[in-house]
Design a protein around this ligand. Structure first.
Ligand SMILES: NC(=O)c1ccc[n+]([C@@H]2O[C@H](COP(=O)([O-])OP(=O)(O)OC[C@H]3O[C@@H](n4cnc5c(N)ncnc54)[C@H](O)[C@@H]3O)[C@@H](O)[C@H]2O)c1
Length: 266
């Protein structure tokens, strides 16, 4: 079995995809806190990926990296994103170059397109329109993947994840929801498919009136198994019931009405 380093391995997305991935890979699980619920072929490491020594130690000997860890909040300021979302990603990509790691799967986000209005949205091919500093860091992350793919031959897949919650909370998320099983299928495409340079796909299951048709993912063999309509939360909010703070008219929802904060470093 190949060994894959998973960053952010104690987080929500990792917890949902690990059961599907560990059937195929040994997983080395990196997070600030030790990930729980370990299977026999999973190893947990508590460490901070913003420390380059930690990245160097934990990447040696792996066949690929699934990069999920990041810092985010609705109103995160630019300075707060720098270490985890910019520097650490470059440390990881540069470790791929240094140690000959051939695969990198990056958890990007639909928020790179978040500022687009839902009405008339162009979907897969819409130009980037990040809805805040979290989203801006994802645009950087994708570009950094492209840099290492084209410069060093790394095969990288950026997955613009829609919404990976257990249940679908509202109508906006109904258009972009993804199950753990379907996301794991996309991750495996990123770790295995030969026809990847740096490709961008959408982390979405079968959704009614989908924001994304996910043409590139389908071309790479993606066939989602799960459907958003089968996972509606009991308190599901239709669009008319969503408050303005939820940004119902925008692809990025609640991130859009937030202030943009650039703080000066102390
Ligand atoms: N959950 C979603 O619906 C969703 C949607 C779009 C994109 N994403 C992306 O998927 C990824 C995972 O999201 P999630 O919902 O699991 O988030 P999460 O907050 O549940 O998990 C992130 C994990 O990263 C870890 N982490 C943060 N900084 C770290 C550091 N310096 N070193 C090591 N570990 C660190 C945290 O401890 C946490 O366990 C993120 O990159 C996120 O942007 C998630």
């Amino acid at each position: 079995m190949k060994t894959i380093l998973v960053t952010g391995a104690a987080g929500g997305v990792a917890t949902r995809v690990r059961p599907w991935l560990r059937e195929h890979y040994n997983l080395r699980l990196l997070d600030l806190r030790e990930a729980g619920g370990l299977a026999a072929n999973e190893t947990a490491i508590a460490g901070d990926m913003t420390d380059r020594d930690v990245v160097q130690q934990t990447t040696q000997g792996v066949d690929g990296i699934l990069h999920l860890a990041c810092t985010y909040s609705l109103d995160i300021d630019f300075e707060a994103t720098l270490d985890a979302n910019y520097r650490a990603q470059l440390y990881l990509l540069d470790a791929c170059r240094e140690f000959g790691i051939g695969r990198f799967v990056f958890a990007s986000s639909h928020h790179v397109l978040g500022q687009h209005r839902v009405e008339g949205f162009a979907g897969d091919d819409a130009p980037v329109a990040p809805d805040g500093f979290y989203a801006l860091s994802k645009v950087f992350g994708e570009a950094a993947c492209a840099l290492y793919a084209h410069r060093h031959g790394l095969k990288a897949l950026s997955i613009r994840i829609g919404n990976a919650d257990e249940q679908v909370a509202d109508e906006r998320r109904q258009h972009i929801w993804v199950s753990g099983r379907d996301l794991a299928q996309l991750i495996r495409i990123g770790l295995e498919h030969e026809d990847i340079t740096h490709d961008v796909v959408y982390g979405v299951s079968r959704c009614p009136a989908p924001f994304f048709h996910n043409g590139r993912a389908v071309a790479l063999g993606y066939a989602p198994q799960d459907s958003a309509v089968d996972h509606l939360a009991p308190a599901f909010l239709a669009r008319e019931a969503m408050p303005p703070s939820a940004g119902p008219g925008f692809v990025g929802g609640p991130y859009v009405p937030q202030p943009l904060l650039v703080r000066t470093p102390r």
